[in-house]
Design a protein around this ligand. Structure first.
Ligand SMILES: Nc1nc2c(ncn2[C@@H]2O[C@H](COP(=O)(O)OP(=O)(O)OP(=O)(O)O)[C@@H](O)[C@H]2O)c(=O)[nH]1
Ligand SMILES: [Mg+2]
Length: 329
């Protein structure tokens, strides 16, 4: 299983109460106030960690608390601060406050941290109330409660290029031959069930591009058919989209219609995706019946400057690599 969305309840620590105490010692009458302050409650902090791959930790444990501050004590002892609760989350995590429905933070870089909830302040001990007119203060204050809230954590893959295509178009095959990643390839639809990111190296340019393989889309995905729009969030952050079409129409569909459907699914999911730069690539040009489809595609949709490749035979990949580089660098 791959966990990319989960609801969590977070609570920062309460501040420790201030203490009311007086120095009592033999031969020292009126020793004076000596109640210490309470410690601060711990904060809840989110920390981006590239070694965490999904949100499973939060799926299995939904309540996370920072520790409370300790109360102050006599003899002017201040309470210890509560330990922070540091939550390690994968890169690409987005945190939404359920109450306000606002995005409070996005983790985009390794080691990036974000203070999501602050612990309560510790209370004041009575020693701090001492003044020339109040030599025996009996006041102290209680610690303040820590902040709390319900949040939705959503993981949205970070990659330069997002592969978008129907099942069996050859997305995983393409990522296999272009990058260091090795997603599973098979001739049945929905082979890919979780997003995989691979790195495409350009050693001569000292550059690299990341590409995300996402489970196949089908018509109606935005209404949650097939594996649904759940996975469309993994192309939301990509800088460019690569529409991969099966020119051989192996599953009996028409690549031109496929392209229209894919575009529609993206827009139904989020109209802003229409503004993303994209690239159209027709795959499986090695197959016999691809020839006619390529011709038709060229006749009707040539303005999209489609590229035609065979991922299996690694044909046309150099052109594809350089177009990707040009678009991204
Ligand atoms: N003839 C030919 N077959 C290909 C080509 N690329 C991929 N295939 C085949 O198409 C089938 C599907 O390939 P995948 O890479 O698993 O397709 P996918 O788009 O990742 O599919 P899902 O993960 O199910 O969405 C496999 O049997 C591949 O061997 C190609 O260029 N030519
Ligand atoms: Mg696949």
């Amino acid at each position: 299983m791959f966990y990319d969305e989960t609801k969590v309840y977070l609570k920062a620590g309460k501040g420790g109460d201030g203490c009311m105490s007086f120095l009592r010692q033999k031969y020292i009458p009126k020793g004076g106030p000596n109640g210490g302050n309470g410690g601060r409650g711990g904060d809840v902090i989110l920390l981006a960690d590239e070694n965490v791959s999904d949100l499973r930790a939060f799926h299995f444990k939904k309540h996370w608390n920072a520790k409370n501050g300790e109360p102050g004590k006599g003899s002017d002892q201040n309470g210890k601060g509560g330990t922070n609760c540091v939550l390690k989350a994968p890169l690409g995590t987005e945190v939404r406050d359920i109450l306000s429905n606002e995005i409070v933070c996005e983790l985009l870089e390794h080691d990036q941290d974000f203070l999501i909830l602050e612990g309560g302040k510790g209370g004041r001990g009575n020693a701090t109330f001492k003044s020339s007119v109040n030599q025996t203060p009996r006041q102290f204050t209680e610690g303040k409660p820590g902040m709390e809230g319900d949040y939705i954590f959503t993981l949205k893959t970070i990659a330069d290029v997002g592969l978008v295509g129907f099942p069996n178009a050859g997305k995983s095959t393409l990522l296999n031959v272009l990058s260091n990643a090795a997603p599973k390839v098979a001739s049945y639809p929905f082979t890919t069930l979780v997003p995989t990111v691979g790195v495409i190296d350009y050693p001569e340019d000292f550059y690299s591009i990341t590409m995300a393989d996402v489970p196949g889309l089908i018509e109606g995905a935005a209404e949650n058919r097939g594996l649904g729009h759940r996975f469309l969030r993994h192309v939301e952050r990509c800088k460019i989209l690569l529409f991969l079409l099966d020119m051989a129409a192996t599953d009996g569909r028409d690549p031109i219609v496929d392209f229209e459907h894919l575009q529609k699914e993206l827009i139904d999911y989020d109209p802003r995706l229409a503004d993303k730069p994209f690239l159209v690539v027709g795959n499986k040009k090695d197959e016999e019946n691809a020839t006619e489809n390529i011709l038709r595609f060229r006749n009707t949709l040539d303005h999209f400057e489609p590229l035609f490749i065979s991922a299996v035979l690694e044909d046309g990949l150099n052109d594809l690599r350089s177009v990707l580089l040009k678009k991204l660098k």
